[in-house]
Design a binder for this molecule. Sequence first.
Ligand code: HEM
Length: 148
Amino acid sequence: MMNTSITDIDLSSLKNALTTTTLSQQMVSLANSTFRLAASAITRLQQQQRCEAELASLAHLPEYSLEQVSWHDQEDDCWIVLNDKVYNITKLIHNHPGGLEVMMEQAGRDATLAFRSVGHSIDTIEQVDEFLVGILPVRERMYLRSAK
Ligand code: HEM
């Protein structure tokens, strides 16, 4: 005859409870990972949609290569590139709140990182398109790339 003690029963239910808890924890962790993956896929999709919409709104602009931009590096003819877009900032440089010198250091160049590193205000960032004159050719773009 089997001799099952109370301690044996307790230990066995404890083991069962532990297994169930571990399984539940694994399921919660799996659900979390799935949720995070879905959330990042949605974010990527939204970013891509914004990028496609921006590209469509810029489609009418002429393309200028980085080399062509580099020809405009003078105080009376000053272009820069920001986020793959080409800006003629000749009229701005003498009134620029950050000064003329910083602008001339970027004249004729891709100023994206310098512009971002200053931490320009949201208002300023929204107003730069006032100086927009073109866009880089697809082969030279780093930010505005179509997924199509
Ligand atoms: C279209 C291009 C640009 C526009 C419209 C613009 C406009 C402005 C404006 C309105 C401000 C006042 C503060 C603010 O709004 O953040 C400012 C500040 C400044 N900008 Fe620009 N900027 C341009 C490009 C650049 C570039 C390429 C640089 C290069 C580093 C630069 C460097 C600075 C600096 C150093 C300040 C002063 C920041 C401070 O004193 O806190 N900006 N700019």
